[in-house]
Design a protein around this ligand. Sequence first.
Ligand code: NDP
Ligand code: GDR
Length: 378
Amino acid sequence: MKVALITGITGQDGAYLAEFLLKKGYSVHGIKRRSSLFNTDRIDHLYQDPHEKNLKLKLHYGDLTDSTNLIRIIQEVQPDEIYNLAAMSHVKVSFDTPEYTANADGIGTLRILEAVRLLGLTKKTRVYQASTSELYGLVQAVPQSETTPFYPRSPYAVAKIYGYWITVNYREAYDMYACNGILFNHESPLRGETFVTRKITRAASKIALGLQNCLYLGNLSAQRDWGHAKDYIEAMWLILQQEQPEDYVIATGITTTVRDFVKMAFAEVGITLEFSGKDEQEKGVIIDVDQELIAKLGLNDANLKLGTVVVRVDPAYFRPTEVDLLLGDPTKSKTKLGWEPKYDLPALVKDMMESDLQLMKKDEYLKQGGYKTLSYFE
Ligand code: NDP
Ligand code: GDR
């Protein structure tokens, strides 16, 4: 039985990857952070009571900023494969916490590689590093491939560029099987709520249910190459199953603006939006409501009047330096890995909207049932 260690197992990709590896018969170990509230929602369905025999999934407390802890866990687990997914992964937040981001995302990668080396595991343990299309940053060329030059545009991307190169360096210096997956944006119903796609699908669902009036966003013209996380974690696994360790771009090869993603999400709940105005004054206005679809989905059209503004721009969400256009070239991963995504963008939007509509309906039922959040001081 192969043994895998996943850092960042409580995140979007970690959750999908853990399930995927368990299905493949792996023994899976994950590193989770200590938190004052439970932070294992995404993997609770995989959880096994630690008292059970033949545990297939085991969680360890740890942090990428603590090298002694990482060395101890890797020594105990003796993994065949490490997937280093843990990171402070929010680009905008990295401008607020640049030093922490460098520590966790940059030096954190070094800590993992160095632990493998110090423990004499360079021939046994294969390492996957979660690199990112943010490395391309300021557009040098499109589509972006494994040979396109990098120009990072945020403390996050600068930290990740260290992670990228230290992975390449350990591969070359110590003959390790260590690889970068340069993954373009990938989303899912498990996506963190403050990334733009999930923020949009949650808000579109709430607005359609009359639980929210307006969605405030930043740069609507940014273009992203969006895929589904379920497809992308499979590529991570494939990258570690090859004869030679190499770096791969994982992308769909199609780019879309944030504005068009908004339109697609609202269309799933029968709302057609038109955008007018420029930059900070830009607005998304309802120009059509599909009554049949609204009725079919069991929604309430009371707030959905033609001409209502449901999307506005708030410059607070602009970034000091933006990445305007990402468009990946997945030729190498398709030909060498045989990787083929199952979801296109419309299928991704549909999946996220169906899931968020269900979640928001639960909120609506609770509200209708008279449930109120209690104050702990009452
Ligand atoms: P998430 O933000 O959903 O998950 C990040 C995970 O890292 C969480 O489990 C989080 O724990 C954990 N974590 C954060 N800081 C630390 C730390 N200091 N020590 C230990 N664990 C930590 O990210 P995704 O799943 O979306 O992404 C996975 C990886 O892939 C990240 O490295 C990200 O930067 C990278 N990436 C993501 C892309 C995407 O589009 N999703 C594209 C390209 C790269 P907690 O749950 O407690 O917060
Ligand atoms: P990104 O994802 O920065 O590409 O990083 P995010 O969804 O945060 O932003 C995508 C684009 O949308 C614009 N945008 C907004 N973004 C957010 N979060 N909130 C808003 O209100 C908003 N309005 C417009 C942004 O300016 C940006 O252009 C993600 C993360 O998962 C990284 O960890 C990963 O490395 C990259 O994808 C690839």
